[in-house]
Design a protein around this ligand. Structure first.
Ligand code: AMP
Ligand code: ZN
Length: 112
C-alpha cells in the first residue's frame, strides 16, 4: 500500500525503533506512547481491519498473538500487559482507528 505509514515503516522509508522483526512481523515503539511502554505489533502484509482479513492473514495474526508472550523480557510483559485493537466499522469510526494497517497496541510497564 503506497500511502500506508506502517507499510513505509516495514520498508524502512519511515524510521522506527524496532523491538522485534522477522519475515512476517514487526514490533516497534509507538511514537506517541500513552503508557510507560507502548508498542505496536503488525503483520507486515497490509490489511486494514479484522473484517478485511483473509484466511492467510488470520493465520498470521494468530501467530503474531502467540509470538507476543515469547518476547516478555524485551516488551516488559512480566507484570501483565494490555492489548488493544482499534477497528473502523462499516458505517463509522467510533474507536478512532487512525492507521488503516491492522495493528495491536501493546501497553505495559505500569498499572492500568
Ligand atoms: P490507532 O488509533 O489504533 O490507529 O493508532 C495508531 C497509532 O499509531 C497511534 O497510537 C500513533 O501514535 C501511532 N503512530 C502513528 N505514526 C507512527 C509512527 N510513524 N511510528 C510509530 N507509531 C506511530
Ligand atoms: Zn500498510
Amino acid at each position: 500500500m503506497q500511502d500506508c505509514i506502517f507499510c513505509k515503516i516495514v520498508k524502512g522509508e519511515i524510521p522506527s525503533t524496532k523491538l522485534y522483526e522477522d519475515e512476517d512481523f514487526l514490533i516497534f515503539e509507538n511514537i506517541n506512547p500513552t503508557t510507560k511502554y507502548h508498542y505496536l505489533a503488525i503483520v507486515k502484509e497490509h490489511f486494514a481491519t479484522l473484517a478485511e482479513m483473509n484466511e492467510h492473514q488470520a493465520e498470521l495474526l494468530g501467530k503474531l498473538l502467540a509470538k507476543i508472550p515469547t518476547l516478555s523480557e524485551v516488551l516488559h510483559l512480566e507484570n501483565g500487559y494490555r492489548l488493544v485493537m482499534n477497528q473502523i466499522g462499516a458505517t463509522g469510526n467510533d474507536a478512532k482507528q487512525e492507521v488503516m494497517h491492522l495493528h495491536i497496541h501493546i501497553h505495559s510497564g505500569q498499572e492500568m
